[in-house]
Every structure is written in structure tokens, then in C-alpha cells.
Design a protein around this ligand. Structure first.
Ligand code: ZN
Length: 271
């Protein structure tokens, strides 16, 4: 069965060692590859992953154009079309709509924002121009959701706040990472399950999401809105895939989670 990993990270070669050691210190997880695109491809080969969405994040506005230039470099033929880079738009950007339009014209299929790194509550006014532009262009937006060690006492994207955003922007193609919110899965069931929002399943196994709870969320949610993800280098995609297979969801649902839903969301094909 094909597998698309909807949640991975990599960095330019000259930044990867430093970025990885800093992040690794913050989150207390040992990386599964060296943080480069080459390292990611090797990991994908070892784990039977066909394609990976690479989520790039500008944590300040000054970095944004460099981050997006790196994202575009992942279209390079040395990667064989196996990496699907997402761009990043920082809320301080005074020309959000134009930046998003330029990214789309360059072939970018989505953007990622991380409200814990940029310090914005997900339902705050600062992020509204980003949601409005993504809505206008039908561009998927992946958002870190739930707890994150970088802001351990203040969660910027909680399930109830994400529910507010999708109410305010009908049709927004929002992917709430980590099954709707790391360590907030009871609230995901209450506020987000069954709604017009996508979940990726990245890093839920490592943070102890119980099979009964993930199955309750999957049962309550639209079948076409859950995608596979690992959060590499912070998790091994083969282990994440084994966790999904262990749930006994049946072939149809596994196909949807492993690739069909991601293909549809990214416009790679139709389900
Ligand atoms: Zn991540």
C-alpha cells in the first residue's frame, strides 16, 4: 500500500546539525535522521514511504523568504518529486495575500504555521489575514495543534479555538496536526470530531494516545479527513504506520489514511 507522510521536517544542510540539537534538547526526543532532505529520503526508503510533505516554519518574519526559498529547493530533481514542500507565512508579513499567491504560483501545495513558535493564539486577529487568503485560494494550511514543549504552559492552538476558526472560515482546508491537538484528545472529541477539519496522526503514539480514544475520534470524524503523518525526524514513520495498522480499521480506512485522503487534499488525484 502506498504511504504519504503528511508531516515531516527538514532543514538546509548548513543549519540542520544546529537546528536538530537545539530542538532535540527542547523536546527530549532523539531524531530519527540527520534533519536534511537526503536524510529524510533515506528514512522514507527504509520505512516504505512514497512521498513526504515537508512542513517548513518561519519562526520570525526576517527568516520567511529564506525558509520559502529552501521549501522551493525541495522541488529539485535530486529528490525525484518525492518531497512535497509546504511554505510558511509569518503573521508579521505586511503582504500576506501576495506572498501566498507567489507561493502557489511557484507550485507550493500548502503552508504551515506554528502558533506556539510565533506566539499567536490561533483565533487571534493576527492570523486572520492568513486564514482569509488560504480560504480565498483553497490552499491547505497545516497548524501545530495542542501542547508543545516550546510553550509548555500556554497552548496557542487548542481544539475549541480551532473550532472557532473553522466556524469563522467555512471551506478553509485546515489540517490540525497531532490528531487535532497533542495531549488534548478528549477536547478534540468534544470540539472537532465530525467537523470540516483534517487531522494528521503524527506523534500521537509517542504521546500516549490510547487506541480506544483514537478509534472514537476516527469513528466520529469524516472518513476523508484523516491523514498519516510521522513528525519526522521526531518519530519513525514505520512505527507510526504500525500503530495505525494495529488499530484494525480495515483496508478501506487504512487506504484513506495512508494515501488517498492526502492525495485528494493535495490535489494529486481524486478519491
Ligand atoms: Zn512537526
Amino acid at each position: 500500500m502506498r504511504i504519504i507522510d503528511f508531516h515531516t521536517h527538514c532543514f538546509p544542510p548548513h543549519l540542520a546539525p544546529k537546528a536538530l540539537s537545539k530542538l532535540s534538547e527542547n523536546i527530549h526526543i532523539k531524531p530519527e535522521y540527520d534533519g536534511t532532505a537526503e536524510g529524510l529520503i533515506k528514512k522514507m526508503d527504509a520505512c516504505g514511504i512514497d512521498k513526504s510533505v515537508v512542513l517548513n516554519i518561519a519562526t520570525n518574519y526576517r527568516q520567511e523568504s529564506k525558509v520559502n526559498a529552501f521549501a522551493m529547493s525541495l522541488f529539485g530533481e535530486e529528490y525525484g518529486g518525492r518531497l512535497i514542500p509546504f511554505g510558511s507565512v509569518h503573521p508579521d508579513n505586511p503582504n500576506i495575500r501576495e506572498t501566498i499567491k507567489t507561493l502557489i504560483d511557484g507550485g507550493i501545495k500548502g503552508i504551515k504555521i506554528h502558533p506556539d513558535y510565533t506566539g499567536n493564539m490561533v483565533d487571534s486577529d493576527e492570523l486572520k489575514p492568513i486564514f482569509a487568503a488560504c480560504c480565498e485560494f483553497g490552499l491547505p494550511i497545516a497548524i501545530h495543534a495542542g501542547w508543545d514543549p516550546v510553550s509548555s504552559t500556554l497552548i496557542h492552538a487548542t481544539p475549541d479555538k480551532i473550532a472557532k476558526v473553522i466556524r469563522e472560515y467555512p471551506g478553509l482546508r485546515l489540517v490540525a496536526a497531532h490528531m487535532g491537538g497533542t495531549l488534548q484528545w478528549e477536547d478534540v472529541l468534544r470540539h472537532l470530531a465530525g467537523k470540516d477539519v483534517w487531522f494528521d496522526i503524527s506523534i500521537v503514539y509517542e504521546y500516549g494516545l490510547a487506541p480506544t480514544l483514537i478509534c472514537a475520534i476516527i469513528d466520529a470524524h469524516p472518513k476523508d479527513k484523516i491523514v498519516f503523518g510521522s513528525d519526522g525526524p521526531w518519530s519513525c514513520p514505520a512505527k507510526a504506520a504500525d500503530y495505525i495498522r494495529s488499530l484494525g480499521l480495515g483496508r478501506d480506512m487504512e487506504e484513506r489514511i495512508f494515501y488517498k485522503n492526502a492525495e485528494a487534499l493535495l490535489g494529486l488525484t481524486t478519491v
